[in-house]
Design a protein around this ligand. Structure first.
Ligand SMILES: NC(=O)c1ccc[n+]([C@@H]2O[C@H](COP(=O)([O-])OP(=O)(O)OC[C@H]3O[C@@H](n4cnc5c(N)ncnc54)[C@H](O)[C@@H]3O)[C@@H](O)[C@H]2O)c1
Length: 353
C-alpha cells in the first residue's frame, strides 16, 4: 500500500483525477489536502466519502506544521500537487493570494517532501534509502528513480503568448504575462531548483486549458452554458478571437497518471489536446448544441455580448505535445466535438433540476 498526498482535489481537475486514479490502482491510498477556498467543493468528491482508500484533510498547503504532520502520520511516498489559485481574472484583482498559495505553498510542500524523503532525521528517508546510500555519500550519487516522486501540475500559460503560428514546446522560454502565470512559473522554478540542487525526484507537467465536468462556475465554458440556460447575456472578452488549446479533463488526468508513473526524473512534459479554438468558436459550438438539445424561440447565439477585454489578455496558446506522445505513448481520447457534448450533458443535469 502506498500513501500519496494529492493537493487541491476538491477543485476541478483534482476531483476528476482522484476517482479515476483510485479505480485504476488498488495499491494507493490518496490523502487529499485542500483548503476548500471558494474554488473547492466537496460535492465534487461525494462519491468517495466512504471510500476506504481516500482521506480528506481540510487545510492550507502553506501550513508547514500541518504538511509535516501529514507526511509523518501517513508516511507519504509521493505527491501530486494540484492546489492553486487558478483564475486569471482573480489574479489581476488580487495578486497577493496567488503568490502566497502558488509560490509559498509549493515551496512549503516540496521543502517538506525533500526533508522527509532525503534528509535526516526523518525516519522515512532511512527506510527508503537504507542500503542505497551510506552516510559518506552525497545526494548526487543517489539513483533518483528509487526515490519517492513530487509531481507538480502546471500550465502552458507560463510560456506567455503566441502569434498566429508556432507552438509551445518544453524548450520554449518562460514569459508569463499575468500574476497567475507568473506565480505558476515561479512555482515551476522552485520545483526545478529542488531537482537540480538536491536531486529530488520530480516531474512537471504544463497543460493547456481543460474543460469538462466539475469546473467552477466562474470559468468560460460553465459560464456560457449557465448564462445560456438562464437567458442572461453570454460575455465574451474583446473581439472573441483569443485562441486556447482545449483538452478534455480526463485526458489531462490520464497524462498525469502516465507521467507520474513512467515520466523521466527531472523532466517537463507539455500536455495539450491539439484542439485550438477561438473563444467565439467555443460559444458558437455550445450554442449550436444547446439549440438542438433545448430549442427556444431564438438561438442562444443572440445572447452573445462582447465586453471590455481582460488586461494583458494573451492572444494564443497552443501546445506541441510531441514529447509526451512519442516518449510515453499518451494521446487524447476525446477531440473537442466529443468532449464538449459530454461536458454539456453534465452541466445540463447540474443546472436543470
Ligand atoms: N483548469 C485548467 O484549465 C488548468 C490548465 C492547466 C493547469 N492547471 C493547473 O491545475 C491545477 C488545478 O487546477 P483547477 O482548475 O482544478 O483549479 P481549481 O481552482 O478548480 O481548484 C483548486 C483547488 O485548490 C484548493 N486550494 C486553493 N488554495 C489552497 C491552499 N492554500 N491550500 C490547499 N488547497 C488550496 C481549492 O480549494 C481548490 O479545491 C492548478 O495548479 C492549475 O494551475 C489548470
Amino acid at each position: 500500500m502506498k500513501n500519496i498526498l494529492v493537493t487541491g482535489c476538491a477543485g476541478f481537475i483534482g476531483s476528476n483525477f482522484v476517482p479515476y486514479f483510485l479505480e485504476k490502482y488498488q495499491e494507493y491510498t490518496i490523502v487529499n489536502l485542500d483548503l476548500l477556498t471558494y474554488a473547492g467543493n466537496l460535492e465534487n468528491l461525494q462519491e468517495l466519502e466512504k471510500h476506504p482508500r481516500y482521506k480528506f484533510i481540510q487545510g492550507n498547503i502553506c501550513n508547514r506544521e500541518l504538511v509535516e504532520f501529514i507526511f509523518t502520520e501517513y508516511n507519504i511516498s509521493g505527491v501530486i500537487h494540484f492546489a492553486a489559485e487558478s483564475h486569471v481574472d482573480n489574479s489581476i484583482k488580487n495578486p497577493g493570494i496567488f503568490i502566497e498559495t502558488n509560490v509559498n505553498g509549493t515551496f512549503t510542500l516540496i521543502d517538506v517532501a525533500y526533508k522527509f524523503w532525503m534528509e535526516k532525521p526523518f525516519k522515512y528517508r532511512d527506510r527508503y534509502l537504507n542500503g542505497m546510500m551510506n552516510e559518506k555519500e552525497d545526494h548526487s550519487k543517489l539513483e533518483k528513480a528509487t526515490l519517492p516522486r513530487f509531481h507538480h501540475i502546471s500550465t502552458d500559460e507560463v510560456y506567455g503568448t503566441l502569434g498566429d503560428t508556432g507552438f509551445f514546446t518544453e524548450k520554449t522560454p518562460y514569459a508569463p504575462n499575468s500574476p497567475y502565470s507568473a506565480s505558476k512559473a515561479s512555482s515551476d522554478m522552485i520545483v526545478r531548483s529542488y531537482q537540480e540542487t538536491y536531486g529530488l525526484n520530480s516531474v512537471i507537467t504544463n497543460c493547456s486549458n481543460n474543460y469538462g465536468p466539475k469546473q467552477h462556475h466562474e470559468k468560460l465554458i460553465p459560464t456560457i452554458i449557465r448564462n445560456a440556460l438562464s437567458g442572461n447575456s453570454i460575455p465574451i472578452y474583446g473581439d472573441g478571437k483569443n485562441i486556447r488549446d482545449w483538452l478534455y479533463v480526463l485526458d489531462h488526468c490520464k497524462g498525469i497518471d502516465l507521467v507520474y508513473h513512467t515520466g523521466k526524473n527531472s523532466e517537463v512534459y507539455n500536455i495539450g489536446g491539439r484542439n485550438e479554438r477561438t473563444n467565439l468558436q467555443i460559444v458558437d459550438r455550445i450554442c449550436t448544441i444547446l439549440d438542438e438539445k433545448i430549442p427556444k424561440d431564438k438561438s442562444y447565439k443572440e445572447l452573445i455580448t462582447f465586453v471590455e477585454d481582460r488586461a494583458g489578455h494573451d492572444r494564443r496558446y497552443a501546445i506541441d505535445a510531441t514529447k509526451i506522445e512519442n516518449k510515453l505513448g499518451w494521446k487524447a481520447d476525446e477531440d473537442f466535438d466529443s468532449g464538449i457534448v459530454k461536458t454539456i450533458e453534465y452541466y445540463l443535469k447540474k443546472y436543470i433540476k
